[in-house]
Unconditional design. Structure first.
Lengths: 187, 74, 251, 367, 367, 251, 187, 74
């Protein structure tokens, strides 16, 4: 993706219910509003099962967004490693598959995409709350995709958790950890 | 002596006989040989002299065919 | 000697005989008389809206001179909710047949009471579905012959519904009673029940309900006199007259 | 650009209703439209507006009947089986000529089917699923903003024609978030609701009003409403014919030179447009007619394009419902193809029709 | 000729059900089909069969759901608003693939409309008025004998396809008496209902049965019924396609040389035939296609005759519903005219379409 | 020393963990355990058909090894009527949520009792519509926050439904009770209620009904422990446990 | 109508609810079953009003009966004289309009049909029950139309009232009175 | 002395803690640091010695994760 023009970015976040999948995606999509003419977030989750497969699509663009559904995206964040093979197919050529490393015991076959394996769960536990792992992965994504300037995302994050200072700090730090990690991985 | 009187509207009466059944003074009766314009047996004020103007025949009439008047001293 | 009108046409009367199509001896118009007169006595005529979904009541309730609504069978309960919620200052009466309230509208009825809707409901119980030709209603008495209980209602068809008793158990109900007009005294007692029920609405207490046992000579294939006797000797023993709930606050 | 909210389609329904001056909402929970019901529960009471959680969808639609009779702007929302339960009430609203808005967020069926999404209520919405043959305008937005705007349009049209109006989306559009610019739309003036019940003392002319679902019509005074049944039919028929003339809505995309025209509405229209653009880049002459209303249906444009020899591809998440209308329009002149619910990408209830599937179908047809 | 009864159409439904081996009837009174409900109340209990007077039509159709799940032959009947209330249940029966018969005696609508007669539920019956897109065969007899016979056919088809089947008449056919020859019709053998619930001890294989309206299908053992939603759609689609192939039913009268073909069903078909015969005597080349089933619809014969240049006159007591199907069949090749409910002879609710009106219209069109 | 199984999987168990999708701490499966075990104890397993229309119960009731039916929300009451009427020798249990019985199915419920249908109904009351995301149910307590009573249930939304008390007034009801499993003693008491209710069906007396107060920690946004406390301290005081009707003949 | 071949007969009976309109028609139609291949009876009555307009159509024929609805019939029995003008139009040329004379104070204009004015109500009252007037009129109809042999109608009448001897006798006598009256009128 | 023993099925336990809450002898406890394969905190039979085999932990377990056995003399 051309970082300077940035006409369109898209992303799939996939995992299980309760992993903060939907919230993370919505945060990005909301932040993108001030920057892009169009922004779209589409959740998708199993109806009956609490804790079943959960997925969301995030698209921002200065052009109209036609399909709200992505066959493939530039980046996929996969919080549930057992679904690796499935989501390997959903990354566009030249894009990123960002995957949680805890529980990951295979690798991808495609050569035209990059896989970044991130120990987000461990990092989050170290930070004191396993639930922050989604923000770490989001940080990694922004670190490599640079689709929205970091301050704008942080601003949105601060707004969203304005009433819960502890949660805000935790998430903010996790997000920054993710950014750092991205730079490490990119290096 | 009559304390009042009643007026039966032939257009409305359907001959059910409730007025006759419930009049405590038996002042009202169905006249089997008289008919309303609609062909129902007609109710009549047969014994006006005992009417106490209690209103019962009127409010028990489903077809709102009876008006009851009380005589008042002027 | 001057004459003073003691009783005549009910108050709120729209003089229109063409619309008065009840059968000879039908007691339905007695409860409408009570309702119309009480509305008048309470001075709420100008803000009254009648909602009627009882079938034989269609022509009968049309005789009113106030705003009126005629939704389909079974809908008058929910419809009244809609009207009252949008016009909380208006005075809403919902008329239903026993079919409306005890059969098709039973869920609406129970839930209107559960939500403590602030209107008054009158159920006219003539012991069957009159308009459609006299089928069994939930209120039909044991042994009573109807077109869908040709051998008389037996236990396989259940037992007569007692709606005022049932709805009295619901917290949102402010008032619940059963009246009849098998004689002048009961007519006057029923009028008292109706007045109390309406007062609950005016005081914004909760849901109020009166069942009225109504002779249906045509539908029952009886003379008017036999039908009154049936009310007295068959219906009232099963469905006793009286008040089942009367509270001034729901808490 | 004014201030924008980032909200889901189901919430946009609420914002649209608020901007339309809606006074009351009554509804019963059902997935995937719960956020609409919840939006009203949260936003309406604090604004002094009416929110009623009904005991069922039969309850919802009948409470709407009562509320609409008072002349206020009222609405309900539902999905799937709830829509099934509202059919009798829809028919009575049509008979009583009561204006109101129904938000129908389609899910997959029949039966409980899937709680997710689908486009399977097209026929029951456009053909009058309930008894007796009635018609209502069915608006079909395809974005969060359009949902918000069409809800306002729906209230306007409902009042204009004294008829229920349906805003039909689906679980996918309902759950999807996009920026929403809140704006009050002005569609022009409307007649007084002098037919509404409000208590005789509140009637300017002191004459009672009568609302009935029995034998049609609430003639404005003088009552009574004893219009014969045939009179009811005549009045309704005339109204329906007027709506057919005036209220068809669609937009077109590159149909001028098209050999193949995609006809779609709602989410599948957006999916299709993406595929169409890719195919165009490949030089394939594909165009699209996106329906913004599915009743009345713009048969003329379809017939016109068919006469020019265009073929048609209907993309809808059902077994073929919109298909019927396109066929009526095409009049056998050219081919009509369906990419339907059997092309859902996933055997579970989450499947949807992907851009890839549409693209493949375009290539197949244009070969 | 065997012994004949002189009965009305609504009673013929009962006799037909009895001859079909129907085990249970559940219904709620509504004019003009009360005689059906009353017939079952009188005739079924004394034969040890089940009669349930439900508390509403929502109740009827759900009690049917339960009863049909046991593998017995069950039916209900209704009209107008009652039909509206059954729509959700119809959709669930389709999802659960439960065989049953619904007798729909049409009245006039929308809303409560008229309690008399009409042909205004064509679209909701043929398009699946309820949620989610489903199909059911709709048989349309035109005499007392045919009513009796078609009820038997309906039970057979319901079992054959494991799908609800509708027998659709109207108040006029329902109230009309004609001689009825009681006869048991044999349509061939049917598979065992091995999917029915009856208590595990009564299952020959000792395996539980599961019936659901949630996600389709009751696979015969081995269960569980976790067919995905897409699988449900595929199975239903295939079934609907089979029915479309196999179950169209109609008869034709003098269409070979016709310039104008009347398409009608039920009472208006009989009225039309009388007029047609008069017109024929006058040398006018008029023919008729009388539909014995309106879903599936015999588009082919219409298209074939339209291709020959025939024009069409649809006679139906509605604002134009069957009309849509005839238009689909005609494909714009020739003209399609409607003599509809606005031609009812009487402004009250008793009006019907008279032979005179049809004749006048024939002359007008053939001028 | 030999070991004897005291308690393990419920009787009538279809070993299929894939179908067991209830939330951690959900008490729903406790009432299914009771029901399954009582069916076993009464020896009616082979002729049992479970009809479930409670939403969260879909996955949970699917764990049974007997014939089962899953109609839509609100329909399980009428559907059970259909099954029982056609199979009078079978043993029919209908499970419903509080939404099923007190809201959408209230009319079916009242009429099943009025017709004295001979099956047993279990209502699982978790105080809200769990499956659809925690909306207000008729049973929701005063002050309780749900997604459609975000400020807590106030009097404008009515008052908590008390279904066993209400249905006890209907003549066709043979048995009516309310149980809970907030502690082992109440679990065992509830089991007794269920057994009595089922016996009424076996004895063909009439309609039998048991409400079960069920903790829903996920839906209530509580820990399992807090949810049990809520049942104890909030629900039971409003919805007292006990039997409300128990008769051996309906006349 | 050709009395000997009798291929088809039709009849409209009109009046008010409660005048025995529907019953009379059904009796004829049932009797006709043994004689004709087809027989049809179609009632038509106001739905809400007890006592409102009521009408029935009776057709018997050896050919198929197409329309169950008659625009015009060979004979019309009108029990409610005020509707005379309306039903004058529904008699086929050469046919009969049989009308109750009590309350009749106009006459018909058409020359191509015959009106028979019958004092059936008076006759019935004389016979002891006004409700028998419908059978008198039915008798008049059969006397002039001869569409079904009298014994067959009487047999059906006896069957129908088999359990109510008094009613049977009353109706039978009334029917015979009507036949006589027809012969008088025809003379 | 133990009158019996319990077996906790890790596959079924979801860590709700009801067994621990209701065990009258405090024999069962949630191990916050042990997890089931599904990731829930795991319940453990921590004080087997006091178990009376009353069955409570089993029947109060919503997820049917516990089997209780009573020792019987042979
Ligand atoms: C949905 C629906 N079902 C059935 C009917 C037919 N119907 C009209 S009135 C009625 C019952 C009338 O009984 P009740 O409510 O007791 O009123 P009554 O006629 O006795 O006054 C029925 C079943 C209808 N109009 N709508
Ligand atoms: C006709 C209809 N309306 C609404 C729904 C959506 N719905 C499914 S379950 C449910 C309520 C669930 O509450 P409850 O009955 O209390 O069961 P729980 O989920 O709490 O077990 C609702 C509203 C539906 N499936 N069908
Ligand atoms: S009560 Fe009224 S209708 Fe009845 S007989 Fe008396 S006056 Fe006539
Ligand atoms: S049928 Fe019965 S209830 Fe109806 S108007 Fe006649 S007497 Fe009254
Ligand atoms: S939402 Fe509540 S009732 Fe439903 S499974 Fe979870 S805990 Fe149980
Ligand atoms: S009660 Fe059951 S699920 Fe809960 S912690 Fe104990 S063993 Fe685990």
């Amino acid at each position: 993706m051309d970082k300077s023009v940035s006409k369109r970015a898209d992303l799939i976040i996939a995992g299980l219910g309760g992993q903060g999948i939907l919230m993370g995606g919505k945060l990005l999509a909301t932040a993108a509003m001030s920057l892009y003419r169009c922004s779209l977030w589409l959740p998708s989750y199993a109806s009956r099962v609490r804790g079943g497969p959960s997925e969301c699509t995030v698209i921002f663009s200065n052009d109209d967004i036609d399909s709200p559904i992505l066959s493939k995206a530039y980046a996929v964040i996969l919080v549930d490693p057992p679904q690796l093979k499935l989501f390997e197919q959903r990354v566009r050529s030249g894009g990123y598959l960002i995957v949680e490393s805890a529980g990951l015991n295979e690798t991808i076959e495609r050569k035209d995409i990059k896989m970044l394996s991130v120990p987000a769960l461990n990092m989050a536990v170290e930070m004191g709350d396993r639930r922050a792992s989604n923000m770490i992965l989001l940080g990694v994504y922004l670190g490599v995709a640079d689709s929205i300037p970091v301050p704008i995302v942080e601003e949105e994050l601060n707004r969203r958790f304005a009433k819960k200072e502890k949660v805000r700090l935790l998430n903010l730090n996790a997000f920054r950890k993710g950014l750092e990690e991205a730079h490490k991985l990119a290096a | 002596m009559a304390k009042g009187e009643i007026v039966i509207d032939e257009m409305y009466c359907r001959g059910c006989g409730y007025c006759a059944d419930f009049c405590p003074k038996d002042c009202v009766a169905i006249q089997e040989d008289k008919f309303t314009p609609q062909g129902y047996p007609l109710s009549s004020f047969v014994r006006p002299e005992d009417c106490t103007a209690c209103g019962i025949c009127s409010f028990m009439c489903p077809h709102h065919a009876i008006e009851v008047y009380r005589y008042v001293e002027e | 000697m001057k004459k003073e009108l003691v009783s005549g046409l009910p108050k709120l009367w729209a003089h229109n005989p063409a619309e008065r199509l009840e059968c000879p001896g039908c007691q339905y118009p007695l409860i409408t008389r009570i309702v119309y007169d009480v509305i008048d006595e309470l001075g709420v005529e100008g803000k009254t809206i009648l909602v009627n979904s009882s079938a034989c009541g269609y022509g009968i309730v049309l005789t009113t001179s106030v705003d009126a609504m005629f939704p389909n069978h079974g809908q008058g309960i929910d419809v009244a909710t809609g009207v009252k919620r949008l016009l909380p200052d208006c005075f809403i009466i919902s008329f239903g047949g026993d079919g409306d309230v005890a059969a098709i509208g039973a869920g609406a009825f129970v839930n209107a009471a559960q939500r403590a809707e602030k209107y008054s409901m009158i159920m006219v119980n003539n012991g069957h579905f009159a308009m459609t030709g006299g089928q069994l209603a939930p209120t039909t008495l044991m042994g009573q012959v109807t077109t869908t209980s040709p051998e008389g209602r037996g236990p396989a068809m259940g037992y007569p519904a007692r709606m005022p008793e049932m709805i009295a158990t619901v917290q949102g109900t402010a008032y619940s009673a059963r009246g009849a007009a098998n004689n002048p005294a009961n007519f006057l007692k029923t009028k008292k029940y109706v007045k109390k029920a309406f007062q609950k609405q005016i005081d914004n207490v909760g849901f109020s309900f009166v069942e009225f046992l109504s002779a249906c000579p045509t539908g029952w294939h009886m003379t008017p006199q036999e039908s009154i006797k049936w009310v007295e000797e068959k219906m009232i023993p099963t469905l006793p007259l009286g008040e089942f709930k009367d509270v001034d606050t729901l808490d | 650009m004014g201030e924008r909210l980032f909200v889901i389609g189901n919430e946009a329904i609420g914002w649209g209703a608020l901007n339309a001056g809606c006074d009351a909402y009554m509804g019963y929970p059902i997935t995937p439209q719960n956020e609409t019901t919840e939006w009203f529960a949260k936003e309406f009471p604090k604004r002094g507006k009416v929110f009623v959680q009904s005991q069922s969808e039969v309850g919802s639609i009948n409470i709407v009947f009562g509320a609409a009779s008072t002349g206020h702007r009222v609405m309900t929302s539902t999905s799937g089986p709830g829509w099934g339960l509202m059919q009798e009430g829809m028919s009575h609203l049509a008979n009583g000529e009561l204006p109101c808005v129904i938000s129908l967020v389609q899910r997959g069926g029949p039966g409980a089917g899937t709680t997710r999404h689908g486009q399977m209520d097209y026929l029951s919405a456009t053909r009058g699923g309930g008894n007796g043959g009635y018609k209502n305008i069915v608006l079909t937005p395809a974005s969060v903003q359009e949902t918000h705007d069409f809800v306002q349009l729906a209230f306007y049209l409902a009042d204009k024609y004294r008829n229920p109006v349906i805003v039909m989306t689906d679980g996918l559009l309902g759950q999807m978030a996009e920026p929403l610019e809140l704006r009050k739309l002005d569609f022009g003036s409307l007649p007084e609701k002098d037919w509404a019940v409000r208590g005789r003392a509140n009637q300017p002319d002191g004459v009672r009003r009568v609302v009935t679902a029995m034998q049609g019509l609430m003639p404005t005074p003088p009552h009574p409403p004893y219009a014969g049944f045939l009179d009811l039919l005549k009045v309704l028929n005339e109204k329906y014919e007027t709506m057919k003339e005036a209220e068809a809505r669609y937009d077109t995309y590159m149909i001028e030179d098209a050999d193949l025209i995609i006809v779609a509405y709602g989410y599948t229209a957006r999916v299709s447009k993406e595929s169409l653009k890719i195919a165009r880049k490949d030089g394939l002459k594909v165009g699209m007619i996106r329906l913004q209303a599915v009743w009345p249906f713009p048969y003329e444009i379809i017939t016109e394009m068919a006469s020019k020899g265009c073929r048609f591809l209907v993309v809808e998440d059902s077994l073929g419902q919109l298909l019927e209308d396109v066929r009526i329009g095409v009049q056998g002149k050219t081919g009509v193809h369906l990419l339907g619910a059997l092309a859902r990408h996933d055997p579970s209830d989450g499947g949807m029709i992907l851009p890839d599937s549409v693209l493949t179908e375009i290539y197949r047809l244009m070969e």
